[in-house]
Design a protein around this ligand. Structure first.
Ligand code: SF4
Length: 356
């Protein structure tokens, strides 16, 4: 590790710019792939410091004196590697499988489950061997024919946030366009969709945007795209003929939540083209947390306003060990009812896929 490091001044950024890491690691074998080489050229052209590493899973010498500093730096560190595990995880309820093109995210959403699932490895890993990943996906599709197999590309990352660097979604969308029995879906809080608009997709990729009441975006979603930019991107996606969806998550009970969610739905209706409601889906996920997540979030975002009072929640048993704290039934039902009504008020043909 550490064979090459360029320390130069960093490029200037403005709020609409896509993510530029502060430090990049490469597995040497990643440079045997065109994607690895083109990321290297990009890194060098921007004079971003980079190092070589033996494994994308063992980045141990990140700068920073405290755990918190290291965490913040990790969120701005990109690791370019080869995906070796080609056994896909399941991804219910939104899809059959998670398709792994990246792990980790530059966003700082306080409630994000990656805080706990990625443990001590919050840095951002991208995988350059897309052909291997697509070959594995093809295997999963063939196994289930004549059933349709859906792949979720955003289980462990926000792939749109990384698309300007990797171009991996473009490859997945093009591949899935030709799969009679395969479908792709992903969700994002970023707006970098321009490179996806002209692609042949055959309606086989559903792009969903994660949206929320203003209060939630303002207090809990730093380092993601602004709401207005996400909605503008959603309108472009609708016009490009992609199946479109919204995930409202996490739905958070807060002072003025009814006004907040009502305003959210009316601004979506205003911004979208008129026929967007055809084939439009919504997924509704109430806020939940585990005890472990609560501890991690309080350490990483010590001043967070995120309410995680166990006394006010209902305990829901988990299938594998640790259960989650959700809203008590009465509150959850009030949220579900109110938001569903607002959805159908503005988008009468939309489908609510689930509330969980
Ligand atoms: S954008 Fe998504 S993946 Fe990234 S931190 Fe926020 S919730 Fe997590």
């Amino acid at each position: 590790m550490g064979i090459t490091t360029l320390e130069r001044s960093k490029p200037k950024k403005n709020v609409h710019d896509s993510f530029i890491p502060e430090l990049v690691y490469f597995e040497p074998a990643s440079l045997d792939y065109p994607k690895g080489r083109s990321i290297m050229e990009w890194v060098q052209s921007l004079h971003i410091p980079y190092r070589m590493t033996t494994s994308h899973n063992r980045i141990t010498n990140l700068p920073g004196d405290t755990e918190l500093e290291q965490y913040k730096i990790a969120k701005r560190t990109l690791v370019v590697g080869i995906r070796k595990t080609l056994k896909f995880d399941t991804s219910k309820p939104s899809a059959e499988y998670a398709i792994p093109i990246a792990t980790g995210c530059m966003g700082h959403c306080h409630y994000c489950y990656l805080q706990t699932t990625l443990g001590a490895k919050p840095y951002i890993r991208v995988y350059v061997n897309t052909d291997d990943i697509l070959a594995a996906a093809k295997g999963y599709i063939d196994e289930r024919i004549p059933e349709i197999t859906r792949f979720e590309a955003a289980c462990t990352s926000d792939p749109v946030g990384l698309e300007p660097i990797t171009g991996s979604l473009r490859e997945l969308i093009a591949f899935m366009a030709d799969q009679e029995y395969g479908r792709l879906r992903f969700v994002t809080k970023f707006h970098y969709v321009d490179s996806l608009l002209h692609l042949k997709h055959n309606g086989h990729t559903r792009i969903r945007f994660s949206v929320n009441a203003k209060y939630v975006i303002k207090h809990f979603e730093p380092s993601t795209s602004r709401f207005e930019d996400r909605i503008e991107a959603a309108a472009k996606i609708a016009r490009a003929g992609y199946p479109l969806g919204f995930i409202i998550a996490p739905i958070i009970w807060h002072d003025g939540w009814q006004e907040g969610y009502a305003e959210l739905l009316s601004s979506l209706a205003e911004a979208l083209p008129e026929d967007a409601s055809r084939n439009l889906t919504f997924e509704l996920i109430q806020h939940r947390f585990t005890k472990t997540a609560k501890n991690v979030i309080e350490r990483r975002y010590p001043r967070t306003k995120l309410e995680m009072d166990i006394e006010k929640r209902k305990y829901k048993w988990g299938r594998w060990g640790q259960g989650k704290y959700v809203y008590p039934d009465e509150q959850a039902e009030a949220l579900r009812m109110f938001i569903s009504e607002r959805i159908f008020e503005h988008f009468e043909d939309a489908k609510i896929e689930y509330f969980t």
